[in-house]
Design a protein around this ligand. Structure first.
Ligand code: SAH
Length: 353
């Protein structure tokens, strides 16, 4: 098999058009050709940049929030410190560095990472060492100890399905292969229960998205937190309820056609936070814009303290990074934070109920 396009063409020829979710799974995680399976996509030389890669301040604020939540819950002497989709491991390294300033926090933490890509696991091991335990999925995380977890730009990488409104029902947008080209077609008319609540807020021809993997993951995280204590910070781009086609493909920091070069572009979609909040058996916060979350935790004071040691180009880059993380016109409003925590506990700092 030459490449992912040939593999997908053969699969579609054999079984007919596939769901967008199957297409995304193949593009992102195919063991030989998948996007995350084959590369480190981050940074200036890669395809996109994430908040922890922009500035250490992001991970410091996340770490302070988690460490304070740990303290507020009685500073348990043994807990699981976990991250879903850790990328290069930068965010966890920043959390651990700031966590060392909180007596007992790092000593009580047992480190667990949920990561599907072998390439990125190797990078995480290089940065964080061998004391980490890796899992293929959330269900691998231990139970029976408090769980403090962060997931930044993890849920947006999970495959979605898309449905287009047609009268009182829907047609699924399916990926087909014709004349050597991948593209969308429409499936038969259906009326699935999971879309019943979207008949109220959609019009003919509009597209809604469902991420089948997201709710079970939120449920598994929330179930551990409700039973054993802990907190989760889920940070991603998206909104309370998504409407329309939000699938996007990025390569070399540019938007590209998601069907152009399968396996070589990052594919993501907006996160539907309502679906996560609805699935967790724990308590959850209001959806908080990232800029407000970071301001509440004191990012501006931290930025000023760091700025005092910088000048010239380094100072300019630092000021730009602070702006990029917090400004409503940049990542400050597009990205949101949802916190999960036990019923009756205080929400992690930066989030409120
Ligand atoms: N949190 C990091 C990386 C975000 S990119 C940051 O902010 O920089 C998405 C991450 O999730 C990558 O590490 C990717 O390999 C991982 N990932 C994507 N889909 C996954 C899945 N289904 N299961 C586990 N990890 C996944």
């Amino acid at each position: 098999m030459a490449d992912l396009k040939a593999h997908l063409g053969a699969r579609i020829a054999a079984q007919g058009p596939i769901t967008l979710s199957d297409y995304m799974s193949e593009c992102l995680l195919h063991p030989q050709f998948g996007y995350y399976a084959t590369r480190d996509p981050f940074g200036a030389a890669g395809d996109f940049t994430t908040a922890p890669e922009i500035s250490q301040m992001f991970g410091e604020m996340v770490g302070l929030s988690l460490a304070q939540a740990w303290h507020d819950q009685g500073a348990p002497g043994h807990f699981v410190l976990a991250e879903a989709g850790p990328g290069r491991g930068t965010l966890m390294a920043d959390i651990l560095r700031v966590g060392r300033a909180v007596p007992g926090f790092v000593e009580a933490a047992e480190l667990h990472l949920v990561e599907a890509s072998a390439t990125l696991r190797a990078r995480q091991r290089a940065l964080l060492g061998d004391a980490v335990r890796w899992h293929d999925d959330i269900d691998g995380l231990p139970e029976g100890a408090p769980l403090f977890l962060v997931a930044n730009e993890f849920f947006d990488a999970l495959p979605i399905r898309q449905f287009q409104r047609d009268g009182a029902g829907w047609r699924e947008r399916l990926v087909r292969f014709e004349d050597g080209q991948l593209g969308f077609g429409l499936g038969a008319e259906i009326a699935p229960d999971m879309l019943a609540h979207r008949l109220e807020d959609t019009a003919e021809g509009q597209v809604v998205e469902v991420c089948p993997a997201a709710a079970p993951i939120a449920e598994a995280i929330g179930q551990r937190i409700a039973a054993d204590g802990g907190a989760a910070l889920i940070i991603d781009y998206g909104d309370w309820r998504s409407l329309g086609d939000t699938l996007q493909a990025l390569a070399a920091h540019r938007f590209v056609d998601p069907f152009d070069d399968p396996g070589n572009a990052d594919l993501t979609a907006h996160v539907d936070f309502e679906a996560l909040a609805g699935a967790t058996p724990s308590a959850h916060s209001k959806l908080t814009p990232q800029g407000i979350f970071l301001e509440r935790l004191g990012i501006t004071a931290r930025a000023q303290a760091l700025a005092a040691r910088l000048d010239g180009a380094a100072l300019e880059a630092h000021v730009a990074a602070h702006r990029r993380l917090t400004h409503p016109g940049e990542m400050g409003n597009l990205f949101k934070v949802l916190a999960l925590f036990p019923h009756g506990a205080t929400p992690p700092p930066g989030c409120e109920t």
